[in-house]
Write a protein that binds this ligand. Structure first.
Ligand code: BV8
Length: 246
């Protein structure tokens, strides 16, 4: 990187949770190999067969809450970066798991929603959920069965907190995408927005996804992210001490 960043935006995808034991979407054994997106990750699919969609998310929620699943060193490193970086920092995730929060991140923007939340389709109220959601379940707001859905953004639905994300992309001078294939918009276009506003862009992934980032760090996030965060924080400390020295 040419200069020490003052403002960093990080976007994470399923690849950052892969080493924690959570399937990604587009790998050979990925989620989309076992289910059609249209059936389980669209409003139309939910309207057509809510039981199937609840089963899809209930299964993923039970796995997420099971004992072997825990944050990996990449999640922990990003929590350290949020706490110690001297400049502006925003973590945006496409993931609906809670591993960033369990690793200590405090200010996570879940642009595609959260598996541990459900929403009433009538009142739009959002509730925490740790168990299964079923069509027989009554919502606390209306007291009726059949209104509850996962608080997750499906294809064709508007991602959450977009104005906040776009504002941060326009201000940042370093944008880093970690563990995402860059297949899904608008997230896949974030690095273009950041670059158009003068940011340097970096991809941390197993491979170069060919999305036109300025820099690439190839390898497993659990190895590459802690190393990168240590280097960035070291440079940030040196900059702070040298500016005090003036
Ligand atoms: C919207 C929540 C507009 C659900 C998700 C044509 C027709 C219809 C729609 C569109 C279209 N063209 C574009 C669109 C829009 C559509 C879209 O982009 N479709 C794609 C398929 C073409 N997008 C939308 O619909 C979005 N909404 O556009 O709204 C709008 C405007 C006005 C008004 C209303 C609406 C909403 C998209 C959100 C969908 N929900 N998730 C759930 O989780 O169940 S998407 C889901 O897939 C994830 O959230 C994530 O965002 C996305 C991509 O997944 P990745 O995270 O990248 O995972 P993937 O498996 O693909 O890749 C993993 C990567 O990690 C790989 O690169 C791998 O190499 C790497 N990796 C693996 N292991 C490791 C690793 N890296 C490092 N270390 C490792 N160990």
């Amino acid at each position: 990187m040419h200069s020490m960043p003052e403002s960093v935006v990080i976007l994470t995808g399923a690849g950052i949770s892969a080493e924690s034991g959570i399937s990604t979407f587009r790998a050979a054994d990925g989620l989309w190999e076992q289910h059609r997106i249209e059936d389980v990750a669209t409003p139309e699919g939910f309207f057509r067969d809510p039981r199937l969609v609840h089963h899809f998310y209930n299964t993923r929620r039970r796995l997420l809450l099971s004992d072997p699943i825990r944050p990996n060193p990449a999640h922990t490193a990003l929590a350290r970066l949020e706490q110690q970086f001297g400049g502006e920092f925003l973590l945006v995730t496409q993931n609906i798991d809670n591993l960033h929060e369990r690793a200590g991140s405090r200010n996570v923007v879940h642009m595609h929603g959260e598996m541990l939340k459900m929403r009433c389709q009538i009142s739009e109220r959002v509730f925490d959920i740790r168990g299964d959601i079923s069509i027989e379940q009554r919502c606390r707001c209306c007291g009726e069965a059949g209104n509850l859905r996962p608080h997750v953004v499906w294809f064709g639905e508007m991602p959450l907190q977009m104005p906040r994300i776009i504002g941060a992309l326009e201000r940042c001078d370093l944008f880093i995408a970690i563990g995402t294939s860059g297949q899904v918009y608008p997230a896949a276009g974030f690095h273009d927005i950041a670059r158009r506003h003068g940011a340097e862009t970096m991809e941390i992934n197993l491979e170069d996804t060919g999305s036109g980032f300025d820099y690439h760090i190839c390898g497993k996030a659990g190895d590459t992210v802690p190393r990168f965060v240590d280097q960035l924080l070291e440079a940030d400390r040196n900059k702070a001490s040298s500016s005090r020295g003036k």
